[in-house]
Write a protein that binds this ligand. Structure first.
Ligand SMILES: CCCCCCCCCCCCCCCCCC(=O)SCCNC(=O)CCNC(=O)[C@H](O)C(C)(C)COP(=O)(O)OP(=O)(O)OC[C@H]1O[C@@H](n2cnc3c(N)ncnc32)[C@H](O)[C@@H]1OP(=O)(O)O
Length: 435
């Protein structure tokens, strides 16, 4: 928090921000922070996005000419500090009641899916701020969301009638990728208190979104920024380790194999001497019976500034299906407590059919771990591709049933769910498990 306050003061010198009135510059000195509409308008201006879908081919053609503006190597780009990309925006739910409707759920709280959309847009704007050139308004870069590394919720409820502030900045930079940290706070009794912390990774691509493109280096300034930067390095290593140990590539550990075998034995019918007759243990549900599915037609209305489907929209749809799955399973209102490792594997084209499939893959105490798989299909060629895997952790009001896998594939989903649960909720609450 101390770092953020320092950054906030330092932001008055940030040229891009103050010139574009995006945040702590002129608009802030008059006491007003930009809102999400201004964030999206600014993003459209930065990439020169068309407002009419009928113009999109021509606009993409025009963007090709920006290819020559890309840096040939990272070293020629001026280094930036964390404060250079620092942005504060307001979601004025309290002071502008007319915007509430879009954010409301049936319980008269804020829809988390809408917050995911706002975080995604803001994260991209933060990266454009980091890579901003003083010489021109339009950026040759196409900056896309590669990963939602983690979102930790500190509050279960977000109120629909109090102003929300979101702050963020680039916290680590590779060659073409940038880690962004964002914090959301809500006004209570005259002071802003933390609601969630989010870490995203964005990747810069060329104007046609075909190849990676270099981004400005980041030089940490002072011990606090150095710590954040080191944490960014560690996050990268952790992601590589997690992916190397993926159950899609590597066998489960000895402890995990024991978990699976114990569950298997627990489902054998003791009256028959057979590995085939399986019975559901008490207080349990077969994993197969927790599935919910959805379909979206990817209309132009949901496009992003690069004429692909907006990542925030994909997250909102996956989250809402995940929530419905947890709700149907748990039989009471679930609260999201963590989101992690949402990897955007490939862009979703306008016109595709998007198939979403959610299932509960792990439970412990009151916690429900839901996995949502999304794949697209071209309705003409019928080609199918996985685009994302989403992991959401929910908490129910009461203890929930155990999940029991029946097949080897489901057992791997169970272990993967357990790994995600351990990496988010367990590590936050302490390994000795005060879940
Ligand atoms: C009515 C008016 C209408 C107007 C129209 C506009 C309407 C707009 C509405 C407002 C919306 C505002 C939109 C704002 C934009 C939102 C962004 C999106 O939607 S984006 C949409 C959603 N997102 C998408 O669609 C993205 C889909 N995914 C992809 O395209 C690719 O998988 C990729 C580009 C992400 C990576 O490609 P790949 O070939 O694997 O890449 P390489 O091997 O070449 O490595 C390059 C660098 O990337 C790193 N890296 C890679 N993966 C990861 C990872 N998982 N984790 C971490 N890092 C990762 C890797 O380490 C390397 O880093 P470095 O060492 O160089 O530093």
């Amino acid at each position: 928090m101390r770092l953020l306050l320092r950054l906030r003061v330092a932001c008055h010198t940030t040229l891009f921000i103050s010139r574009s009135l995006m945040t702590t510059g002129a608009s802030h000195s008059k006491g007003r922070l930009p809102d999400m509409t201004e964030v999206r308008d600014r993003l459209r201006a930065i990439v020169g996005a068309s407002t009419n879908w009928s113009d999109h081919v021509q606009v993409m053609e025009e963007r090709k000419s920006l290819q020559s503006l890309l840096a040939s190597k990272q070293e020629v780009l001026p280094p930036r500090k964390m404060k250079d990309s620092y942005i504060e925006v307001m979601l004025p739910l309290g002071s502008q009641p007319q915007i509430r409707e879009k954010y409301l759920n049936v319980y008269n709280n804020v829809r988390f899916g809408r917050i995911l959309e706002d975080l995604d847009s803001l994260g991209v704007l933060i990266c454009y701020t980091h890579t901003k050139s003083e010489l021109r308004q339009t950026s040759p870069l196409s900056i896309v969301t590669a990963l939602v590394d983690k979102i930790d919720l500190r509050k279960h409820l977000i109120y629909p009638d109090s102003d929300i502030k979101i702050t963020g900045h680039v916290s680590w930079v590779g060659k073409t990728s940038m880690e962004v940290k964002m914090h959301m706070l809500q006004l209570h009794d005259g002071a802003f208190s933390p609601v969630l912390d989010a870490t995203f990774v964005m990747v810069a691509r060329d104007p046609e979104n075909k190849r990676p493109a270099f981004v400005n280096p980041l030089i940490p300034d002072g011990p606090e920024e150095e710590n954040l930067f080191k944490q960014g390095e560690l996050n990268k290593t952790r992601r590589v380790d997690f992916s190397t140990a993926s159950l899609l590539k590597t066998a489960p550990t000895a402890d995990e194999r024991q978990v699976v075998h114990d569950m298997f034995l627990n489902t054998l019918d003791q009256r028959t001497v057979s590995f085939r007759s399986r019975i559901l243990p008490p207080n349990s549900v077969w994993m197969e019976d927790t599935k919910l599915k959805g379909l979206e037609i990817c209309h132009p209305q949901e496009r992003n500034i690069f004429n692909r489907i907006f990542g925030g929209f994909l997250m909102r749809k996956a989250y809402e299906l995940g929530w419905a799955t947890a709700c149907s399973f748990g039989g009471s209102r679930p609260y999201v407590v963590a989101v992690d490792d949402i990897m955007f594997q490939r862009p979703v084209e306008i016109g595709s059919l998007l198939f979403l499939s959610a299932q509960v893959c792990y439970t412990e105490s009151k916690y429900i771990q839901v996995r949502v798989h999304s794949e697209v299909s071209d309705p003409i060629t019928r080609e199918h591709h996985t685009t994302n895997i989403f992991h959401f952790t929910f908490m129910s009001d009461k203890e929930v049933l155990h999940i029991v896998p029946q097949t080897y594939g489901e057992s791997m989903l169970y272990l993967d769910g357990k790994r995600h649960f351990d990496a988010t909720v367990k590590s936050r609450n302490g390994q000795n498990g005060s879940v």
